[in-house]
Design a protein around this ligand. Structure first.
Ligand code: NOJ
Length: 532
């Protein structure tokens, strides 16, 4: 493998910077906090870090509302600190992925304030989607966060925002928008970024006739509709190619798409002149059973492998309920709306943690990149009990009380079981941490046999030794309820996802998701082994 292929097998750790580590005691995570934890991440064994948006921003969507793409939010630090952090990460062998947010900016971005000042018909407005409309919004498009996707300004025009009103969509048919983003890519590549995670990679192109949508109820899943007026349009691929050409001017850089598109469409994003990889979120939706996992994994791996692209595996991120909690909910309960829709006592936390440990071995054993969301290696649960009045996420605001939104997975990390904000910083954290976080703190887990942290650390070490030489995998016929595959090296992962124990497969055990296994592989347990 050449170094050009680093991204094919990486374990990428996702840092939600606002909640990772607070270096200056103001209750908000920051670049210095992250820098102080680089040795922790190196010891854990990750290959790269993806940092959620760290730019100047009013933080009305957690930083995905970018006011300036070429600087660091003063609440998080300075550009100089970011440059030092990138250098130190590289010294530790950790690569850095920056979050690129091209579909929309913030209403505080200089282009948008200029557009408001300049008025209808101005060149400044042409960088956005401003429309005239006398009777309400120009069409029936809905914002992903709820409510109309159009907001009216004082002079009567409407602007498009597929997300929050504070996130005006850029018009990607405009040459200045394209040139600006090519320049932003170079700005971060010149500062040592190893690549980009690209936000809403399927959203930039819009049908210029802005037609009404026939069915706008399920905005996210409608992305899988053919010829959608604002998702996954063919014109997006020209943009992808332009960016890939910029990355190709540098050595060893990569980009990964956040593209919520159909299985048929995804391969187009992975063509050799487009993305290096795309997230697959299908495991987030898959039911906990061997059949569902097998078909979901095959649905991701087979097309990517056929194209020579790397698969990606994601169990959690900053947009979804943490999977230790998700796995503890009954299959018929929607994790997007729970606990609002209740019942609260439906949650079986112990079961969720057991499954999360097994899922770690299932996914970290697969070919491709694994994305690990901060705190996942500590087994952190969702803080679903956050009171409504502390919630910050626009989803909570705009869903009219039907969803608590994404704050529950963004609660600051507990580093120590004692102290203010459990070692996150010197004072209170920007979101309250529950008392149960003390038991999950990193200092309670590091070096402790059987802890989540030890499981992840061991798994990442063994993964590097035995799982990353090639992308080959074959399914092994097994009992119903059991998921089993073999990797190119001959090493196997066997997971009992059924409800009764099965015999322990024969072989030399490398790692198990539960301690002290002997003859049986209990339900919700996985093992890595060399078969004999
Ligand atoms: C996807 C990001 O992951 C999410 O956090 C954000 O709200 C939307 N894109 C809009 O940028």
């Amino acid at each position: 493998m050449t170094s050009l292929d680093w991204w094919r097998t990486s374990a990428v750790y996702q840092v939600y910077i606002r909640s990772f580590a607070d270096g200056n005691g103001d209750g908000t995570g920051d670049v210095e906090g992250l820098r102080s934890k680089l040795p922790y991440l190196a010891d854990l064994g990750v290959d790269a870090i993806w940092i959620n948006p760290w730019y100047p921003s009013p933080l009305l969507d957690g930083g995905y509302d970018v006011a300036d793409y070429r600087d660091i939010n003063p609440a998080f630090g300075t550009l100089v600190q970011a440059e030092h952090m990138i250098t130190e990460a590289h010294e530790l062998g950790i690569r850095i992925l920056v979050d690129l947010v091209p579909n929309h900016c913030s209403w505080d971005h200089a282009w948008f304030t200029a557009a408001l000042d300049a008025g209808p018909g101005s060149p400044e407005r042409a960088r956005f989607h401003f429309r005239d409309s006398l009777d309400g919004p120009p069409n029936n498009w809905q914002s992903v966060f709820g409510g109309p996707a159009w907001t009216q300004v004082d002079d009567g025009q409407w602007y498009l925002h597929l997300f929050d009103p504070s996130q005006p969509d850029l018009d990607w048919t405009h040459s200045e928008v394209r040139e600006e983003f090519a320049s932003i890519l170079r700005f971060w590549l010149d500062r040592g970024a190893d690549g980009f995670r690209v936000d809403v990679a399927h959203g930039m192109a819009k049908d210029p006739s802005y037609p009404d949508l026939a069915d706008h109820v399920q905005i996210l899943s409608s992305a899988k509709m053919p010829n959608h007026p604002h998702w996954d349009r063919d014109e997006v691929h020209d943009i992808n190619r332009q960016w890939r050409a910029v990355l190709n001017e540098y050595d060893d850089r990569m980009m990964v798409a956040e593209a919520w598109v159909s299985e048929e469409s995804l391969p187009k994003y992975l063509r050799s002149d487009e993305y290096h990889q795309s997230f697959s979120f299908d495991l987030l939706m898959a039911e906990w059973n061997a059949e569902a996992y097998r078909s979901t994994i095959a649905g991701v791996y087979d097309p990517a492998n056929a194209l020579g692209a790397a698969s990606t595996w994601v169990l959690s991120n900053h947009d979804v309920m943490r999977h230790t909690t998700r796995f503890g909910l009954p299959a018929d309960v929607s994790w997007r709306t729970w606990p609002v829709t209740g019942p609260v006592d439906a949650l079986d936390s112990a079961l969720g943690e057991r499954r999360a440990r097994a899922a770690a071995l299932i996914t970290l054993g697969l070919p491709g990149s694994s994305y690990i969301y901060q705190g996942e290696e500590l087994g952190l649960p969702e803080v679903w009990e956050l009171p409504w009045d502390v919630l910050d996420d626009p989803v909570a605001r705009r869903s009219e009380g039907t969803q608590k939104g994404r704050d529950g997975c963004r609660v600051p990390i507990p580093w120590t079981s004692q102290g203010a904000s459990y070692g996150f910083g010197d004072g209170d954290a920007w979101l309250p941490q529950p008392e149960r976080f003390a038991a999950y703190a990193a200092d309670q887990q590091i070096g402790v046999a059987g802890s989540f942290h030890s499981l992840y650390r061991d798994a990442l070490r063994i993964r590097r030794e035995h799982f990353t030489a090639d992308a080959a995998m074959t399914w092994i016929d097994s009992d119903p309820g059991v998921l089993a595959y073999e990797r190119g090296s001959g090493v196997r992962c066997v997971a009992n996802m059924g409800s009764t124990p099965v015999p322990m497969p024969a072989g030399d055990v490398l790692l198990t998701s539960q301690p002290d296994l002997t003859d049986a592989l209990p339900s919700d347990t996985a093992v890595w082994l060399w078969p004999t």
